[in-house]
Design a protein around this ligand. Structure first.
Ligand code: AGP
Length: 609
């Protein structure tokens, strides 16, 4: 269930939908909050009210909830294509404002459809992928199809993920909903029917729920819900079922905390990330390939993603980059920065003051700025010459989880594009690795199956006063990130080291039963890390190892083992091997009675230097 944007639709038997849609959007605000809008058919015209900003702000300025109609749709946005603006806010309409659409997801072939529609005379008002849908439906309506058939034909032209709610002046009592990958649920009651991205939206009005399944379409009117297969129009019968959740539980879709929900959301958030158009990776690769000096700057978890990427740039693209924590960048490297320097800044919030100040310092010295952020409207994206949105959807938990795996995946794709440009890898090898990145969501799903095993280990070591995380090669970054998760959530003074370096200091700390966590996939460092495991074991440490299934060489020295699927290319291992470490930190914190969503002294975005 990827969370990018929230959509809602309401068809009432009486009364006005405006305020009800507004309420639904308020309860979906955790899915996106950079622009919002509502639409309804009033006097045979589609009235759209939308604007940039948070729901309350836009309501205050535009009164979006004032829609005297009984059928309407609404949207709260988390921008992916087209920065937050009134034009790019949803709902989107066609040329004649006879169709209005709200959408959650990503239309991968929108550029091609847009060109086709523009050459047929359609005029576009936004830079979004979504608007093509309204014009496609318009086209089929023009060819004489009814609203339902026009929508069904239009949807067949789309490639990507989408949850849609559509209204039209040609059939004002209907809301047509369509679902492919992105979540969409329906609600039925005596007073009307509802559709939304998530159950909390309309839960206070009805707990009678119908899940719209993959590839299905529903036609909602005030007193009926008709479901059919979008492919061929075949009718589907499905009974509603009651959901006994509070709204708060529903927002977390049944998980006790946002963090655990977001950890389990990684397979689908990564599928969204991997849908990012390769054109952006190529542009980044081209810019990096021209540079004389390349720095990767970030803070916290984003810095760990940069550390993993440094390994990839060197080993796959054969290019040297320098990862630097942002708060140290200008002081240490300011003198080296010039017009031949490229700075790749990574920040999920895009608002971290240390990262922004480093970027401004670099820009003032003539550097080209590349940005990777999970918030496409953020300051970092505005300071960047080229930027890529992570598309992982809003992350509510202060501890970064799904945004880390998203960053690693995007950085990997940039490196592969660069290696392709520099022709430093065999095409077959490159293609294979590219294919493997698309398998990351499945490998992470398998890692998530270890949830309860990790919980057991967390309970076993929950009272320990300290932990150490060791890794080698690319997984030094994974060890550092695992340690950061535990440290920031359980407030334990955890340590992390490149395993080889542990002999030069840390090992003096090791005593009987001291817990040492090893991140040890079967890669080029495997034989060396076995030695490190034995060194720690020899000094009485408790060994918790994250290894490949059937890795007896390390398991036999370990007290607790978490096994992960074999066949994961070493260069992709951090995005999978981090998952058990995210869960370990989560369960130890919860075991200590701490709230993992809002750890003390921390903020989701550190906007002070
Ligand atoms: C990670 O869990 C923390 N929330 C923190 O270290 C964070 O990664 C850091 O503040 C950087 O944030 P950014 O990615 O939004 O710039």
């Amino acid at each position: 269930m990827s969370s990018l944007c929230g959509i809602a639709g309401v068809a009432l038997k009486s009364g006005e939908v405006g305020p009800i849609i507004y309420e639904c959007l308020k309860r979906l605000e955790y899915r996106g909050y950079d622009s919002v809008g509502e639409a309804a058919v009033i006097d045979d015209k589609i009235i759209v009210k939308k604007g940039k900003g948070k729901i309350d702000e836009v309501e205050e300025s535009l009164g979006i909830s004032k829609l005297p109609a009984m059928v309407g749709i609404g949207h709260t946005r988390w921008a992916t294509h087209g920065a937050p603006s009134a034009e790019n806010a949803h709902p989107h309409t066609d040329c004649k404002a006879s169709v209005a659409v709200v959408h959650n997801g990503i239309i991968e072939n929108f550029l091609q459809l847009k060109q086709e529609l523009e050459s047929a005379g359609h005029v576009f008002k936004s830079r979004t992928d979504t608007e093509v849908i309204a014009h496609l439906v318009e086209d089929y309506l023009k060819n004489g199809d009814g609203f339902v058939e026009a929508t069904r034909r239009a949807v067949k032209r789309l490639v990507g993920a989408y949850a849609l709610a559509i209204i039209s002046t040609t059939d004002p009592e209907k809301i047509i909903c369509v679902r492919k990958e992105s979540p969409l649920v329906l609600g039925t009651s005596d007073t009307g029917n509802y559709c939304a991205s998530d159950i909390p939206a309309f839960l206070p009005r009805t707990n009678q729920i119908i899940i719209l399944e993959e590839g299905e379409m529903a036609i909602l009117t005030a007193d009926n819900i008709l479901i059919m297969k979008a492919e061929d129009g075949e009718e589907v019968h499905r009974k509603p079922f009651p959901v006994n959740w509070t709204v708060e539980t529903a927002v977390k879709t049944g998980y006790p905390h946002f963090m655990l929900k977001e950890i389990h959301e990684q397979p689908s958030s990564l599928r969204n990330v991997l849908r990012t158009h390769p054109i952006y990776m190529d542009l980044m690769a081209l810019t990096i390939n021209r540079a004389k000096k390349i720095f990767l700057i970030a803070c916290g978890t984003s810095h760990h993603a940069c550390l993993a990427a440094t390994y990839l740039f060197a080993n796959l693209a054969k290019i040297s980059v320098t990862p630097v924590v942002a708060s140290e960048f200008i002081d240490n490297y300011g003198a080296l920065i010039d017009s031949e320097t490229v700075v790749l800044a990574v920040s999920q919030s895009g608002e971290t003051a240390d990262t922004l100040s480093a970027v401004r310092g670099a820009r003032d010295r003539g550097a080209t700025i590349l940005g990777i952020s999970n918030a496409v409207a953020s300051t970092l994206t505005r300071l960047s010459d080229v930027y890529i949105g992570q598309n992982a959807g809003p992350e509510m938990g202060v501890a970064a989880t799904k945004t880390f795996t998203a960053q690693v995946a995007i950085l990997t794709k940039i490196v592969l594009a660069l290696a392709r440009k520099r022709q430093v890898m065999l095409k077959a090898e490159l293609d294979a690795l590219d294919q493997s990145t698309n398998r990351l969501p499945d490998w992470i799903s398998e890692a998530l199956l270890r949830d309860q095993e990790v919980k057991r280990i967390a309970e076993k070591y929950g009272e320990e006063a300290s932990f150490c995380y060791l890794g080698r090669g690319i997984n030094v970054a994974t060890a550092l990130e695992g340690r950061l998760k535990l440290l920031e959530l359980s407030y334990l003074p955890a340590i992390a080291y490149p395993a080889g370096e542990s002999k030069h200091g840390f090992i003096s700390v090791v005593e009987d039963d001291y817990p040492v966590v090893f991140v040890a996939p079967r890669d080029e460092t495997h034989s060396k890390i076995i030695g490190n495991v034995m060194e720690m074991k020899a000094r009485g440490a408790k060994i918790i190892s994250i290894v490949e299934e059937d890795d007896d060489e390390i398991s036999k020295f370990s007290d607790d083992v978490i096994t992960l699927p074999s066949g994961i290319p070493p260069s992709l291992s951090p995005a999978v091997y981090i998952v058990p470490l995210q869960l370990l930190a989560y369960y130890i914190a919860v075991g200590k009675g701490y709230d993992p969503d809002f750890p003390r002294n921390l903020a989701k975005s550190v906007t002070v230097q």
